[in-house]
Design a binder for this molecule. Structure first.
Ligand code: C2E
Ligand code: CA
Ligand code: CA
Ligand code: CA
Length: 282
């Protein structure tokens, strides 16, 4: 196979090397990959933050950090470039940048907890937990404020996943199972998993709150997931909440937290009113 050495600058300095298979990529993918490589070097990534609301009090409990890439030809969706970053290995330095940036921001701004997406390849890095610990220490963030969002694809090796999750728990970091309901997690696998939060996938939200058979079914599904989560002592986040009707229904169904366009789109954080200066005395 025609394999090229791919060099990527790591967020923390130094270099990481990845073997990139060139042979199976379309020209469009190659262009995207080259662009991603440059994006890392030129710091073209930014984080947007989406509020996560406490379902009962309506208070903002925290934010999810979502990566944005402002490339030479405009904004590229993470849905487009994260999968390619994952298979090429570039997700590792990208993920390191995301974690560093999100943790640094959370340490500066009292925004509640900060949720950071972790891809399966990042999760499988041998020193992943050590890296998380180092970033928290260097940026001086209380580990309890960090919530790592992993998907089932990070848990394909159950014994290793168990170890990593346990190490994260020991560190004081919480973990959410993202996109819950879209994969094939067995209930028995979930029972023993040291995670704290279930994020119920957006695809279940569309019908919730509708006075139709589909709406009733969606509600029953959410009710079942909430009951399951409670049985294991987990919190739930309903993601993709777009309407007041959905929000009310999900709150009544017992979801702990709500997230979606209804409460706020991902965007830059509101800057603190006073930054590095003294507050005017009232
Ligand atoms: P995700 O982790 O499931 O993130 C939620 C996605 O749903 C985000 O899309 C968010 O903008 C979108 N969303 C939030 N509320 C609503 C809503 O009410 N309606 C609709 N239709 N959509 C809503 P986004 O930002 O485009 O990210 C897509 C995916 O890319 C993420 O899905 C995640 O899997 C991945 N991703 C994003 N940022 C990162 C990152 O920093 N690292 C990694 N590894 N993956 C990331
Ligand atoms: Ca997520
Ligand atoms: Ca999700
Ligand atoms: Ca998703």
């Amino acid at each position: 196979a025609d394999t090229a050495m791919y060099r990527a600058k790591r967020a923390g300095g130094g270099h990481a090397f990845f073997n990139v298979q060139h042979d199976r990529r379309t020209p469009a993918e190659m262009t995207l990959l080259t662009g991603l490589h440059h994006a890392l070097e030129r710091c073209e990534f930014r984080l947007h933050y989406q509020p996560i609301i406490h379902a009962v009090t309506g208070v903002v409990a925290g934010y999810e950090a979502l990566i944005r890439w402002e490339g030479p030809d405009g904004l590229v969706s993470p849905a487009e470039f994260i999968p390619l970053a994952e298979v090429s290995g570039l997700i590792v330095p990208i993920g390191q940048w995301v974690l560093r940036e999100a943790v640094r921001t959370a340490a500066l701004i009292p925004l509640g907890h900060i949720a950071v997406n972790v891809s399966p390849l990042e999760f499988s890095q041998p020193h992943f937990v050590e890296y998380v610990a180092r970033v928290l220490c260097e940026e001086n963030l209380d580990p309890g404020r960090l919530l790592l969002e992993v998907t089932e694809n990070s848990l394909l090796d159950p014994r290793r996943a168990q170890d990593v999750l346990q190490d994260l728990r020991t560190l004081g970091v919480r973990v959410a199972l993202d996109d819950f309901g879209t994969g094939y997690s067995s209930l028995s696998a979930l029972a023993g998993l040291p995670v704290e939060v279930l994020k119920i996938d957006r695809s279940f939200m569309a019908q919730v709150g509708q006075p139709s058979p589909e709406g009733m079914r969606a509600a029953e599904l959410v009710r079942a997931v909430v009951a399951l989560a409670r049985a294991f002592g987990l919190d739930t986040v309903a993601e993709g909440v777009e309407t007041q009707v959905q929000a009310r229904a999900l709150s009544e169904l017992g979801c702990t937290f709500l997230q979606g366009y209804h409460f706020g789109r991902p965007g830059p954080l509101p800057q603190p009113a006073v930054h590095g200066a003294h507050a005017p005395v009232a």
